[in-house]
Design a binder for this molecule. Structure first.
Ligand SMILES: Nc1ncnc2c1ncn2[C@@H]1O[C@H](COP(=O)(O)OP(=O)(O)O)[C@@H](O)[C@H]1O
Ligand SMILES: CC(=O)OP(=O)(O)O
Ligand SMILES: [Mg+2]
Length: 403
């Protein structure tokens, strides 16, 4: 079965077509700057990529381009859209309603819509992708895979905020956590790498991409994670602030004459590495500026490292120990410098890094020395593969039920 996986952001659309159950990637692509005259569509395989700049005004149009590309004579990998057996969507906020992936129905869509207020940057875009796909491929079953689902195992004393309890009862104000599909995938790779069952392991998983989250995983289950009710809480990120004193909001709004929407936009889009450096939220750009001696880029990166390391310490305390520390996503996989800085300050835990493995290795690997009390791993994330697996399994289940 061919499974199309979509990750719809507010202005971008990433996709990947898998052959399942073989798990081979037939093609992948990304459309950026949706809603403009010069949207960019890059697609192809690891070895061969094409790029096209053209006006694409909305997600529905972007998705028909995706289907047209998949079925086109030149670049096409399938002869017709009928070959797609399932579509899997990354949906960021599933609230308390979803603790695993589900086949999309009108009711599921209504729940995703209801959660939009809690993930305003993500859920509305995810819904656009779902509805556009319903139009483009009307008879193909679609599956939603939630970022929040993996964290539904957190105990109440970890997910509640110390606020009046009625806020939870009335409005479900609580911590949910995100990047669950990535943390779940990476945790699933640990046993093969460290030759030990997850049931006896305390794992700290650091997903460090544009968004950043750290998760404490005990016996394979998330017991705490740094993001909260929304993906703004926790460590410092590319453009998001992470943890703050809640009293600062009113103070800044009054002094700067900001509306609440303007403040929210500042905290989500103009803070983090970007806010401190004044240069960029992209770690590659920050590292280049730091190498050239930029004081603010150096400060931004030092804060970024420090705030991630504090959460690692907190989760070692939360689990009364840690056996495996893993790094994943764009920065976690590709910045030996960040990993080395974090690990050089965790020696009190008995952690010892293997410098060469950290700097020169590639792919899934252990980067701690054999003597280290904690295994440190790099695990390239595969959120799209997890979505394809869930979509495939659920749709096979549907077909069995119909027989
Ligand atoms: N070689 C590298 N060294 C350091 N950072 C990198 C490298 N490659 C990518 N990154 C960083 O990874 C981040 C993007 O991570 P990614 O997981 O792709 O994010 P998202 O999926 O949220 O868009 C960017 O900050 C980018 O600069
Ligand atoms: C939930 C979240 O922060 O996702 P991303 O890192 O893709 O922005
Ligand atoms: Mg990501």
């Amino acid at each position: 079965m061919k499974v199309l996986v979509l990750n719809c952001g507010s202005s971008s659309l990433k996709y990947r077509l898998f052959a399942m159950p073989e798990e081979s990637v037939l093609t992948k692509g990304v459309i950026e700057k949706i809603g403009t005259e010069d949207a960019i569509h890059r697609y192809g395989t690891e070895s061969e990529e094409s790029s096209l700049t053209e006006p694409i005004y909305d997600h529905r149009e972007a998705l028909s381009r995706v289907v047209a590309t998949l079925t086109s004579k030149q670049a096409g990998v399938i002869s017709s859209a009928q070959e797609i057996g399932a579509v899997g969507h990354r949906v960021v906020h599933g609230g308390e309603v979803f603790s695993s992936s589900v086949v999309l129905t009108a009711e599921v869509k209504e729940s995703i819509r209801a959660m939009s207020a809690l993930a305003p940057l993500h859920n509305p875009a995810n819904l656009l992708g779902i509805e556009a796909m319903e139009e483009v491929l009307p008879n193909v079953p679609q599956v939603a895979v939630f970022d929040t689902a993996f964290h539904q195992t957190m105990p109440q004393e970890h997910y509640l905020y110390p606020l009046p309890f009625v806020l939870y009862q009335r409005h479900k104000v609580r911590r949910y956590g995100f990047h669950g599909t990535s943390h779940r995938y990476c945790a699933s790779r640990v046993p093969a790498l460290v030759k030990h069952d997850l049931s006896g392991l305390k794992v700290i998983s650091c997903h460090i991409g544009n968004g950043v989250s750290v998760t404490a995983i005990e016996r394979g289950r998330s017991i705490d994670t740094s993001m909260g009710m929304t993906p703004l809480e926790g460590v410092m990120m590319g453009t998001r602030s992470g943890d703050l004193d809640p009293s600062l909001h009113q103070f800044v709004m009054e002094r700067e004459g900001l509306s609440f929407d303007e403040l929210a936009s500042m905290l989500n889009k103009h803070s983090g590495l970007y806010g401190i450096s004044g240069i960029s939220g992209d770690v590659r750009t920050i590292l280049e500026a730091r190498a050239k001696g930029s004081i603010r880029a150096t400060l931004a990166f030092a804060m970024y490292e420090y705030r991630i390391r504090k959460y690692i310490g907190a989760y070692a305390a939360a689990m009364n120990g840690v056996d495996v520390l893993l790094f994943t996503a764009g920065v976690g996989e590709n910045s030996p410098l960040l990993r080395a800085l974090i690990c050089s300050n965790l020696t009190y835990l008995g952690l010892a890094l293997d410098r060469e493995a950290n700097e020169q290795g590639t792919g899934e690997r252990i980067i701690s020395s054999p003597a280290s009390a904690i295994k440190v791993c790099v695990i390239p994330t595969a959120e799209e593969l997890m979505i394809a697996r869930d979509a495939h399994a659920l749709v096979i289940g549907l077909q069995r039920d119909e027989e």
